[in-house]
Design a protein around this ligand. Structure first.
Ligand code: ADP
Length: 237
């Protein structure tokens, strides 16, 4: 069930996923620092979704409760923001991958699928699957028409929702729309489902409760073992 186009570009595309508070920003930051040390700052781009586009800004406002959007409207905004992020002239993900650069993205397609799958009744797993499949179908269509890019590597950090909520409360002191434990539990069901579907497509589930440095070492070793890593290294000037 691979609905995206495998990355056809010479650059390496790495994505971090997980619940809010699972540590994906921390790991994305550490990996990009390690890669910058090896490749230089200009070839490594640490980025995130929602992106810095105006659509990304509108999504963040909505998540912070400044105004409310319907779940469907929010999904379409995530998809629009992703296309801007991918295709922006010169500085988007695809132009950079085309130049053979390394892109580290904090959240991508799985986030849209998982967070967007939350059913009105949080325990309604059947409704959640229907939602997951309907967004999957939409992505197949978009893929056929436009070509979303499947990351070379996806890391999903596995951390229990209760721990995530504690970390968020300690680090940020505020809780966004998605950051309640019940919702995170439903979101995690979707992540597990997606991992089962895509585990053969370079999607890794990592125990995110270990010390930060231990996780970072495993991530870097996995990135370095990827066949494309050597090809990207050979592009060094
Ligand atoms: P996310 O990007 O997934 O929302 P962050 O990377 O911002 O999460 O991390 C949220 C908080 O959890 C931060 O205070 C961070 O230092 C802490 N944290 C991240 N990874 C770990 C870990 N492996 N163990 C303990 N705390 C962690």
């Amino acid at each position: 069930m691979n609905v995206l186009t495998p990355n056809p570009y010479p650059g390496l595309f790495i994505v971090f996923e997980g619940l809010d508070g699972s540590g994906e920003s921390t790991q994305a930051d550490l990996l990009s620092k390690a890669l910058k040390a090896e490749f230089g700052g200009s070839r490594v781009w640490l980025t995130k979704e929602p992106s810095e586009s105006s659509v990304g800004g509108a999504i963040r406002d909505s998540l912070q409760g400044i105004y409310r959007l319907s779940p469907t409207a929010l999904q379409f905004m995530f998809i629009a923001d992703r296309f801007i992020h991918l295709t922006k002239e010169k500085s988007g993900i695809i132009p950079r991958l085309g130049r053979g650069d390394l892109v580290v993205n904090d959240r991508y397609h799985f986030s849209t699928m998982s967070f967007g799958s939350i059913p009105a009744d949080l325990d309604d797993e059947e409704e959640q699957l229907v939602r997951l499949h309907s967004y999957g179908e939409l992505l197949v269509l978009l893929n056929q028409r436009i070509g979303l890019v499947w990351p070379d590597l996806t890391f999903i950090l596995q951390v229990p929702p209760k721990v995530c909520v504690q970390r968020i409360a300690e680090s940020r002191g505020h809780v966004e729309l998605f950051e309640e434990e019940m919702k995170l539990t439903a979101v995690w069901r979707a992540y597990e489902y997606l991992h089962r579907c895509y585990r053969d497509a370079e999607v890794y589930l990592l125990d995110g409760e270990r010390p930060i440095e231990v996780i970072a070492e495993e991530v870097l070793a996995t990135v370095k073992a990827h066949p494309k890593f050597r090809a990207v290294s050979n592009l060094l000037p």
